[in-house]
Design a protein around this ligand. Structure first.
Ligand code: TMP
Length: 196
């Protein structure tokens, strides 16, 4: 049987990394946990470009290069029957880069560049939290390029637009609940959908 791709999305500070890793533990050996930016050298390039606050087009192209390689890996896992849990994927690009890219028709540009290697997740959990609360959660660490309320509010709007357009795939989850509660909710939905 073919595997499935489940993604976690949300603004910085939404807690999706914790939830993705808890879900991975719960599902066990048939699941693979991965993330973007990836841990490969391409992912390192993305992180470095973010840290150096490089040009938005450069950053977008690096995210997409990292994704292109990552998609090949994910496809192999899916063909192998695995459940791939990915902490950030395509919706991050459309939510963040659409806002960051100061070019005309940014969304259209992203769609064209992304098209040859675009795969859609089977299910996406979008962790929803108010940007102010999200920043409050992460303010102790050094805040990165996208981590300020006004930007994250725009990103959130983009996420909500995606969720609205793709209602069957994107499930909005209240990210202010405890991670254990969120994971139980995710498991219930995955069972209902016959994914696990
Ligand atoms: P992380 O904090 O989840 O590791 O992600 C690093 C940052 O990268 C975060 O601010 C979201 C951003 N990001 C994008 O802007 N576009 C993308 O396609 C991805 C995967 C992440």
């Amino acid at each position: 049987m073919k595997g499935k791709l489940i993604t976690f999305e949300g603004i910085d500070g939404s807690g999706k990394t914790t939830v993705a890793s808890l879900l991975h533990e719960k599902i066990g050996k048939d699941a693979i946990l991965t993330a973007e930016p990836t841990s490969s050298w391409l992912g390192e390039c993305v992180r470095r470009a973010l840290e150096e606050e490089r040009d938005a087009v450069t950053i977008a192209l690096l995210f997409l290069a990292d994704r292109n390689e990552h998609v090949k890996e994910i496809v192999r896992y899916i063909e192998d029957g695995k459940i791939v849990i990915c902490d950030r994927f395509i919706d991050s690009t459309f939510a963040y880069q659409k806002e960051h890219l100061k070019i005309e028709n940014a969304e259209e540009w992203l769609n064209i560049v992304h098209k040859p290697f675009l795969i859609k997740p089977d299910l996406t959990f979008l962790l929803y939290i108010e940007p102010e609360k999200a920043i409050e959660r992460i303010k102790e660490r050094k805040l990165a390029i996208y981590e300020y309320v006004e930007f994250l509010r725009k990103v959130q709007e983009n996420y909500m637009e995606i969720a609205q357009r793709d209602k069957n795939r994107v499930i909005i989850i209240d990210a202010t609940k405890r991670p254990e509660e969120i994971v139980e909710e995710c498991i219930k939905i995955l069972r209902e959908r016959g994914i696990i």
